[in-house]
Ligand binder design. Sequence first.
Ligand code: NAP
Length: 277
Amino acid sequence: MKTVTLPSGVKVPALGQGTWFMGEQRSRRADEIAALRHGIDLGMTLIDTAEMYGDGATEELVGEALQGRRDEVFLVSKVYPWNASRKGTKQACERSLKRLKTDRLDLYLLHWRGNVPFRDTIAAMEELVAEGKIRYWGVSNLDTDDMDELYEHLDGERCQINQVLYNLTRRGPEYDLMSWARERRMPVMAYSPIEQGRVPADGALADIAAKHGVSPYQVALSWVIRDDNVIAIPKAARAEHVAENRASLDIMLDDEDLALLDAEFPAPDYKMPLEML
Ligand code: NAP
């Protein structure tokens, strides 16, 4: 498995697994758990979840999927912005740990920026690290100006990641956010890397897919992780999708492919506000 290095020096898989909308329907539960476990078997051992997903039901499902396998996984969860006060962050983390049936998170993210001052959330995150409840912390959905502000409160490279919406149809972060992160050796974690299954499966993606004998979604995923500083977390509740996603790591997009994709999905030439789902 290709890896990406966090500022702490820890290496994590370049391809992980998302979980949004899992655990919401009883009838799909067994398949979702099997899909996550299959992904772990294939080396996609970074699992991303959040207290928001399914109002806690997703974390419960992830906890079930990880029974007996917790140590194989780099587990990521997120705190709601309105819970991200000094006290609230710690309480939310305890609730997540309970639902996930574990004693620690590997990475805990502020889900998006709310009204709580950064210094309070950072203080709570650092206390959780000191207590061994989380190994590392990071943020999500923060644009470049927010990141500058966050860094004013930081002593060194404490923030491990910024998780943002990034895929072929959402290239905004390439304008300045991704270079900002690269300069600080902080990876970007790309969420909705295949635009929730809605990347246009015709045109250039279809042509390149036919050339490589893969699907357009695999090409779209391969494109996201072409960058060594990016981790992608596709969500797949079906085992066949999990296997296809893992196989996307083996696709070698060439210069011609990349030029075709650039023509159809141009890189931004002006700053646009960070999009979020
Ligand atoms: P996504 O991963 O881009 O797309 C998921 C959809 O694509 C599902 O419907 C899935 O179907 C389908 N799919 C997966 N692999 C496929 C394949 N190989 N071929 C065809 N279809 C495929 O969207 P996402 O779930 O929004 O994003 C991924 C994860 O990022 C989330 O689950 C969540 O963990 C995280 N996220 C974070 C934020 C944030 O604010 N920080 C926001 C959104 C998402 P099946 O499930 O039926 O297999």
